[in-house]
Design a protein around this ligand. Structure first.
Ligand code: HEM
Length: 468
């Protein structure tokens, strides 16, 4: 029998990744930590919401669960699943992941981009200082500024330049991409009716437009790299240089096509920009709500850094409390509450239940981070719970998996974490922060904006006073 529904919920609800992780949590409280749903006519789905089940899926049976479902928007925007994030499990994904991990995401390579991170964060601190001194408009639009920062860092690392002048236009383009990537279409639910409903609802047009705009942007970057006779020292190479070089050398076990490179661009832009900026903003929101945590973090920073004027990457290892603040933020506000869905490639049995090939698997990592049997007072922001350092996010502790685990674990952990820690450290070291006049901490809205990455819905606005 394909679905044992004795302990599972089997509904035909139109549920997609954009529906709330909280709603799924409520359902799984009722139906158990392994819940099956039949979405539309063709999307059998299992929702996992306990650390024990996550370990089964991402460790014991990791290989069986290591593919991605073929969802229309994700496939289109990743050139038919030819990047890393949305590629089905198989030879292609294994090869591209190996190349990326060795050539692009290695610690050595990521350290070579350290100057970019430090320059951009220095610029951010400078802009905030100037703005805070402007008595006619001292309110800092922190959400927008931090998004621009992480976007600049990723664009300089990936493409060798930033696109500041196109800031708002590009932001809209990426927001739309995010939204589409998190959308499950009628075509995914009911493949037999194909595009009909998606054309009627306008989704087809949106997807096509977004794809064309991004493609144009990628083509410009590739053109610039190919035709501007860029002779660069290896230490100044960006990710596009490295990928184009691989293509020319044919040094890889398969031929790297332009579409593969473009799909990887999308993985970098979406994987790298939004996740880190959302984490910084949630961390700032939590510390402004809990002044005692803000003070403790600032005391640690200011006693370590003294009058040096800025925090650099060498300092991060000594900032133990700051690291706990980041971990606690990733527990309560992980950017991908439902991770990135997996798909089974083989039949397997979990906890006595049959799970068949081509089943979509959603891991509700947010619900796992809120499990009261694991976390005391899970709704509260308490960085001290991580103080002994025994729980980490590198995929070994299944009660805390903001980056996923197993074969598909996020390859950008180093880059993501260092960007978040360094930004937060400099913001809290360089400034004292307050809420704008008349606003109380109880007024801060904690609602998240659903999408592939969960942002704070209402942008964060604060007042800053320069400390040093
Ligand atoms: C705070 C920062 C970040 C968080 C929380 C995060 C989270 C995640 C999660 C949950 C997954 C899915 C893992 C799974 O299926 O088990 C993932 C995959 C991925 N992430 Fe990240 N990520 C972050 C930063 C980055 C950065 C900076 C990059 C690149 C520039 C990146 C690139 C990717 C890619 C390419 C994948 C797909 C891997 C695959 O399917 O093989 N991420 N990330």
């Amino acid at each position: 029998m394909p679905w044992d529904i004795s302990r599972s919920c089997c509904c035909r609800a139109s549920l997609c990744r954009k529906s709330s992780h909280r709603a799924l949590h409520k359902l799984s409280m009722r139906y158990g930590p392994l819940m099956s749903l039949q979405l539309g006519s063709s999307l059998p789905t299992v929702v996992v919401s306990s650390a024990r089940m996550a370990r089964e899926i991402m460790k014991t049976h990791d290989l069986d669960f290591s593919s991605r479902p073929s969802l229309l928007c994700q496939q289109k925007l990743s050139y038919g699943g030819t990047g890393m994030a949305f590629a089905p499990y198989g030879d292609f994904w294994r090869e591209i992941r190996k190349i990326c991990v060795v050539e692009l995401f290695s610690t050595k390579r990521m350290q070579s981009f350290r100057f970019i991170r430090e320059e951009e964060i220095f610029q951010l601190v400078k802009s905030i200082s100037q703005q805070s001194a402007n008595s006619s408009d001292p309110i800092i639009k922190l959400s927008e500024m931090v998004f621009a920062l992480t976007n600049n860092i990723i664009c300089r690392i990936a493409f060798g330049k930033k696109f500041l002048h196109e800031g708002s236009k590009k932001c809209l383009l990426l927001n739309e991409t995010q939204d589409l990537l998190a959308t499950t279409t009628f075509t995914d639910y009911f493949p037999s009716v194909r595009w009909v409903f998606d054309i009627v609802t306008g989704l087809h047009g949106r997807l096509q437009r977004n794809f064309c705009d991004l493609d144009l942007f990628y083509n410009q970057i590739i053109e610039e790299h190919l035709h501007h006779n860029r002779t660069k020292k290896p230490e100044k190479e960006d990710i596009t240089d490295i990928l184009l070089q691989m293509q020319q050398d044919q040094s890889t076990s398969f031929h790297v096509e332009m579409d593969h490179i473009k799909a990887l661009f999308m993985n970098f832009l979406i994987g790298g920009t939004d996740t880190s900026s959302a984490t910084v903003i949630w961390a700032m929101t939590e510390v402004i709500k809990k002044p005692i945590v803000m003070k403790k973090t600032q005391d640690e920073l200011r006693s370590l850094i003294g009058n040096k004027g800025h925090v650099d990457e060498d300092d991060l290892n000594q900032l133990h409390y700051l690291k706990c603040v980041v971990k606690e933020t990733l527990r309560l506000h992980l950017p991908g509450p439902l991770l990135v869905s997996r798909e089974t490639i083989n039949h397997c049995k979990i906890d006595g239940y049959d799970i068949y090939p081509k089943t979509q698997v959603i891991v509700n990592a947010w619900a796992i981070g809120m499990d009261p049997e694991i976390w005391k007072n899970p709704e509260e922001f308490i960085p001290e719970r991580f103080i002994d350092g025994s729980v980490d996010f590198k995929g070994q502790h299944f009660e805390f998996i903001p980056f996923g685990a197993g074969r598909r674990i996020c390859p950008g952990i180093y880059l993501g974490v260092v960007a978040v820690e360094l930004t937060l450290a400099n913001l809290l070291y360089s400034f004292n922060w307050e809420l704008p006049d008349g606003m109380r901490k109880e007024d801060i809205d904690m609602v998240g904006q659903n999408g592939l990455t969960m942002h704070k819905k209402i942008p964060l606005r604060l007042l800053a006073t320069t400390y040093i």
